[in-house]
Design a protein around this ligand. Sequence first.
Ligand SMILES: Cc1cc2nc3c(=O)[nH]c(=O)nc-3n(C[C@H](O)[C@H](O)[C@H](O)COP(=O)(O)OP(=O)(O)OC[C@H]3O[C@@H](n4cnc5c(N)ncnc54)[C@H](O)[C@@H]3O)c2cc1C
Length: 601
Amino acid sequence: MVVWEPPSRDYDFLFNEVFDAIGSIEGLGYDDFDADFLSMLIDGWGTHTKEVWLPINELGDKEGLGFKDGIITMPKEFKEAYRQGIEEGWMATSCKPEHGGMGVPTFFSAVTWAEYGTSACMALSVLPALSIGVYEVLTHHGRQDLIDYFASNLATGEWAGTMCLTEPHAGTDLGIISTKAEPQDDGTYRITGTKIFITYGEHDMTENIVHLILAKVPGGPEGTKGISLFLVPKYLPSEWEDGGLEGISRDLNPDHNGVTCSGAEEKMGLHASPTCVMNFDESVGWLVGPLHGGMPLMFEMMNRERVATGMMGLGLGEIAYQNALAWSLERRQGRDLKGIQDPGQTADNILVHPDVRRMLLEAKVNNEGSRALAVWAGILLDQMHSEEPEVSEAATALVALFTPIIKAHFTDLGCETASTCMQVMGGAGYCTEYGVEQFYRDVRISKIWEGTNGIQALDLAGRKITQDYGKNLRHLMWPLTQFIEENRDNHGMAEFNKPLYQGVKGLQQITLLMIAEGMANPHFLAAGATDYCRYFGNVLLGYMWAKMAKVCLQKKGEPFYDAKLASARFFFKRIFPETVSLAAKIQSGPKALMDYPVEMF
Ligand SMILES: Cc1cc2nc3c(=O)[nH]c(=O)nc-3n(C[C@H](O)[C@H](O)[C@H](O)COP(=O)(O)OP(=O)(O)OC[C@H]3O[C@@H](n4cnc5c(N)ncnc54)[C@H](O)[C@@H]3O)c2cc1C
């Protein structure tokens, strides 16, 4: 049976001791939000996901969904769990109170909410995550009558949202989409085209589904500059005739708005998350944001979804670790190479073996380091909205820099961790009964969707580093080098601070190399991008481990803090050194890749 305890103690440590989360949102409109309320939310969400979501996770994997005549039927247990979440208000934590939301800071909804939801039931958690993404784009960029009509329904979870980008011939390359939007005299558009791989494109969890769809208005610019964003509901309001939506009731017209589902993919994991082929046939849609200005808006939504996707890597990495640990504490095989530990038993516990410890510690330490970075990023997502320009500017720059790293590095680690944890469990890990093989299958998509990890690495190396003459990087280097400087003479910190200093120096050197060589030869930059992103991810996790170690040094002697110090040591001795080999791979350039003749592949 699968076990999972929400890591709430870790969140308490990060929000209150490593980062001053409550202090950092002062003046951002969360006046009644304090540490007690945060702690209540974390515990409440942990209990809900453990008691309501976790029990349906395996069922969803085994039962999957039904697809017949264009209709997708979800397991009844999913509908019940989702409904309970709506009733308890868990679907709308970050949405504004005027739309029926809790109005709590993003650092809870984007980080803790996302991790627990994914650990407990990733297939269900993507449904509200998408709806909130649509809600945010709508409330930031939509017309007032669209906000009035759709926002509350999306915020509470009564209606669901989707993100429709991908087409059969257009995945990564969205500039070549062919879905069309024909303008009408009443200000609406008629959308026609086919989208594939649409998560929760069709289902019976909610009475309406609101699609945020990329399409091109005929006569617009070529490529991504001609893409606009439209809101297309599955069902139109029954009172609607043409044009706007002012004062219209929520009652729906039972005839669908030209939106049909012609297929549901069978796939490796996430069996209870529908992946749909969606057809739009002259469907009524409303423009969101400027005409031909859809891509920046979609990126805004995707940036949030990319952080959420990173949290999927962490969420499944965490539950995989907890299950591998529980199993390994019971399992006895072989003897300690330095002498029998448990003579009363036929074999020692497998934790006597260095290789088993290596696997478990890599999983644990990468999870906890990622969680710390996620909390920092969550706070920055709130601070982006600060009215103090220097706070919002720094936060915006860091979020831009961290987004591709969180998406790519966390999901790479999540997949590695799920695989490693399966290995810890030997043959049992490969068998369905113990759950970890489901986590391994479920987490794998996180490296692919929301822009593949290869594309994230290119975004980091080719855009985020050089953006605004290196502004994003400067906003990281200031606090990072200051931290290293402040701890230079702190004897207890030397074992963490020194390798961090070396890693940061190396990062600066390879960044300069990437920029200089990349200007002359774009293949240099592209060939090194994935290794560069991983290098960068390691430096950020190193910074997090050094920061955590500093707090824990003051509290030595208490088991929680001693464990953190031991984990920080493991990180710098056994994980961080991979930066050396990553740098060597980057420096070797593109020749070995690009000189390889195509016919010899
Ligand atoms: C289960 C599932 C759910 C999904 N949900 C949604 C959804 O809700 N909405 C939606 O719109 N889409 C969704 N997708 C689609 C997903 O976002 C795409 O699959 C993904 O963006 C990759 O596109 P592709 O599959 O066409 O791969 P391709 O674009 O064909 O890429 C193939 C390979 O080439 C690489 N590549 C491509 N172009 C470049 C380049 N310029 N430089 C370097 N490498 C490159 C890629 O990194 C990849 O390794 C989903 C997919 C799946 C499988």
